[in-house]
Design a protein around this ligand. Structure first.
Ligand SMILES: Cc1cc2nc3c(=O)[nH]c(=O)nc-3n(C[C@H](O)[C@H](O)[C@H](O)COP(=O)(O)OP(=O)(O)OC[C@H]3O[C@@H](n4cnc5c(N)ncnc54)[C@H](O)[C@@H]3O)c2cc1C
Length: 297
């Protein structure tokens, strides 16, 4: 039976939307219902009207998601291309909405003479995704800058939260309540009037030299274990170039897995499992996926 929605939304959602169109690995089965709100009021009305027992998932730019081939049941809310305002609240504080691209945070903060925000330029996701993951690069981390958050729950109720209400670690954020998502965050930076766009360019070039940028990936597949690098362990286990179907361990950076065009989510997941098992056997180290694996096989 198809998921029933209030009439004002029934014609605005996309049903059976292939999530391969919305993930950087270009894989993933369909979302039963896919909704892209116009603004936060539209989002709140949609959530208020959504059936209470239907699962709800969120997607930003899908740059850290492995959606399985069977897709996602229930509702998928996409913030991409919407909820993307960025404003300056004070000398050193800005507020960004969840759908804002991290690269824009970096560029605009440089224009405002604020920093260090350059690290955001290397994260090909949204601010909402960066908040959910505590994304970081080049020594910078999202939550080091969070001063306040605005969330919305499945009944469409918005609330302001303090960072101290969350348990935040390396690529891990534990929220005080389930089924509550970020709609905006206030971020603080220092006055850095000397920073210029060339510095972002330098960081991006450094990244391009060591990572397979431009190929279909999700960035680092595994988090780094304490005191070591997942890429080093994977390379030392002889896995660079190891292939399942059209998915392989990158020759350039062993913690990246590439979809060469025709890989399925199952190929990628099998390869992730093979890398994890081989590293455990060879080095005795348990690797944990950084990528979020969701959906029905
Ligand atoms: C080439 C490449 C390089 C990368 N380099 C880095 C890097 O240097 N550092 C790094 O940390 N990551 C990196 N990543 C991974 C990825 O870009 C980050 O994890 C990013 O923060 C994910 O954002 P997103 O919008 O794409 O989130 P998605 O992948 O769409 O979602 C990730 C998770 O966040 C949740 N989520 C999304 N929006 C919200 C919201 N508004 N409220 C609550 N939960 C939400 C989703 O449900 C999901 O669980 C890289 C990825 C690629 C492809």
């Amino acid at each position: 039976m198809s998921l029933a929605l209030a009439p004002q939304f029934a014609t605005r959602v996309r049903r059976d939307e292939p999530l391969s169109r919305h993930t950087s690995w270009h894989v993933g089965g369909p979302a039963e219902v896919f909704f892209n709100p116009r603004d936060r009021e539209d989002l709140a009305s949609f959530l208020r009207a959504a059936p209470a027992d239907v699962p709800i998932s969120w997607i930003g730019l899908g740059s850290n998601l492995l959606v399985r081939d069977g897709g996602l049941r229930g509702i998928v809310i996409s913030t991409h291309g919407t909820l993307d305002a960025l404003e300056r609240l004070s000398e050193t504080t800005v507020r960004g909405e969840a759908g804002l691209a991290c690269a824009r945070v970096a560029r605009q903060c440089i224009k405002w003479g604020l920093g260090p925000a350059e690290f955001f330029a290397g994260i090909p996701g949204t601010l909402g995704g960066a908040l959910a993951m505590n994304a970081g690069a080049f020594g910078g981390e999202t939550w080091a800058h969070v001063r306040a958050l605005e969330t919305i729950d499945r009944r469409g109720r918005a609330r302001r939260r303090e960072p101290s209400e969350y348990r935040v670690g390396y690529r891990e954020v534990i929220a005080p309540e389930p089924d509550e998502w970020f709609i905006s965050a206030e971020l603080t930076f220092e006055r850095r009037p000397g920073t210029h766009a060339g510095e972002v360019q330098k960081l991006l070039e450094q990244r391009k030299a060591s990572q397979p940028i431009g190929e279909w990936s999700c960035g680092s597949v595994f988090t780094n274990p304490p005191g070591d690098h997942a890429a080093r362990l994977i390379e030392a286990a002889g896995l660079k170039g190891f292939r399942i179907g059209d998915a392989s361990v990158s020759q350039k950076h062993a913690n990246f897995i590439i979809n060469h065009g025709e890989a399925s989510a199952a190929d990628l997941e099998h390869l992730i499992g093979h890398v994890r098992d081989t590293v455990a056997r060879v080095h005795g180290v348990a690797l944990h996926p950084e990528v979020r694996i969701v959906g029905v096989p």
